[in-house]
Design a protein around this ligand. Structure first.
Ligand code: CS2
Ligand code: MG
Length: 402
């Protein structure tokens, strides 16, 4: 039996922070896991380094389900993004090792290809409508058949989702930037710019929009109704999912498809949403919800209720997490779509390999394991840089969901 002899936590910042777990076995096999949680990277790194890594030494890397339960049930305090991101990193690394030992890509270990490729959507945004339309045009030129559209709301400084430069990175300051939020202004403006996208580009591509937890259920129902003729692929995070039952009000008023889940981290956080068919797409990410093993169970539950996957895949999930997501996307029956923003070039200096993009799809390679290698020497060149996600405040100064 092979055993784990080393588990090390690597923090690097090529353009943005990433946390990576490296597990090494006595047979010299190395597995990599993504442990990046935007704005809370050091919390996960500490949890892994101080409370998980010492427990891994001497254990059998082949016993993935046992390890998952050991780290989920065996620690007593359970669930939540910090814990589930740490568990995810171990899970991904062990699947990477299992694939390397078997000489197979991970998707083959999950049941093989259920599709020829993984359809992806990317982001388009603009500080005003003309720049949004230009960004949508660029995404279409790159072959994307599914595009998320976000524009700044006039008069609302710092509207969510508008990139500054080539990539959208919301963790933009050493302390949380405070951004204004004005729901009535958003409700008046967002449907108009989404309509302009349809007017300019028609209906032959999937148009997505991220509400980003900003509305009450009633406001979200109103928003969903207002864009029904725009045939959105989904409206995302229309309202916070802390109260899963609140989605029923939205569901009862609009046929606009609903996606949620990226800030959730376990099957129990979405069980009611899925089993009551209150949503159409589930957005948990491999990196923040316990890894491949747990997310495969979430998608299996979702399949019973005709809910499809729509995994979160921003640039603040590392290429390792993105690769793990694509391996899982390849193997499940109820795949919906995969988010794919791409990464700044600097990231390629640390993370080598991974799925390749072509004509609106990601194609996972045939390399064994997850297919990503991590350059520790390159990573050591990029020190952690404190970056926080913004905080939203309403016009009266009270805190709103960001
Ligand atoms: C967004 C993310 O991609 C999305 O759907 O919700 O950009 C999210 O804001 C970031 O991942 C937060 O770090
Ligand atoms: Mg989102």
């Amino acid at each position: 039996m092979d055993t784990i002899v080393e588990a090390s936590v690597l923090v690097t910042c090529p353009a943005r922070n990433f946390v990576t777990l490296k597990i090494t076995t006595a047979d010299g096999v190395v597995g990599w896991g993504d442990a990046t949680l935007n704005g809370r990277e050091l919390a996960v790194a500490a949890y892994l380094r101080d409370h998980v890594a010492p427990l891994l030494i001497g254990r059998d890397p082949a016993r993935i389900e046992d390890m998952w339960n050991y780290l989920f049930r065996g620690v007593y305090w359970r669930r939540g993004p910090i814990t589930m991101t740490a568990v995810a990193a171990v899970d991904m690394a062990l699947w990477d090792i299992k694939g390397k030992v078997a000489g197979l890509p991970v998707y083959q270990l999950l049941g093989g290809a259920a599709r020829d490729g993984v359809r992806v959507y990317t982001h388009a945004s603009g500080a005003d409508v003309p720049s949004l339309l230009e960004d949508v045009a660029r995404a279409k030129e790159r072959g994307f058949t599914a595009i998320r559209a976000q524009a700044a709301v006039p008069g609302v400084e710092g509207t969510y989702g508008v990139k500054h430069g080539a990539y959208y990175e919301p963790a933009n300051a050493a302390l949380p930037e405070e951004q204004a939020w004005d729901t009535p202004a958003y409700l008046r403006f967002a449907p108009t710019y989404l309509a302009k996208v349809r007017e300019e580009f028609g209906f032959d591509f999937a148009l997505l929009h991220d509400v980003h937890h900003r509305l009450t259920p009633q406001e979200a129902a109103r928003f969903g109704r207002s864009v029904e003729d725009l045939d959105l692929f989904w409206m995302e995070d229309p309202t916070p999912a802390d109260n899963q039952e609140s989605f029923r009000l939205i569901r009862s008023h609009t046929t606009t498809p609903i996606a949620t889940g990226e800030v959730l981290s376990s099957i129990w956080d979405v069980q009611h949403l899925v089993s009551e068919q209150l949503i159409d797409y589930i957005r948990l990410s491999v990196t923040h919800s316990g890894g491949i093993s747990h997310l495969k169970k979430v998608f299996a539950l979702a399949e019973l209720y005709q809910v499809r996957s729509g995994s979160h895949g921003p640039s603040d999930i590392s290429p390792i997490g993105q690769a793990a997501a694509v391996h899982l996307d390849m193997a499940i029956a109820n795949f919906g779509i995969q988010e794919f923003m791409g990464y700044p070039d600097l990231v390629d200096e640390v993370f080598h390999g991974g799925p390749t993009y072509a004509d609106g799809y990601l194609h996972v390679g045939e390399e064994s394991g997850l297919g990503i290698e991590y350059d520790e020497q390159a990573a050591a060149r990029f020190d952690y840089t404190a970056r926080y996600l913004p905080v939203a405040r309403r016009l009266d100064g009270s805190v709103h969901d960001w």
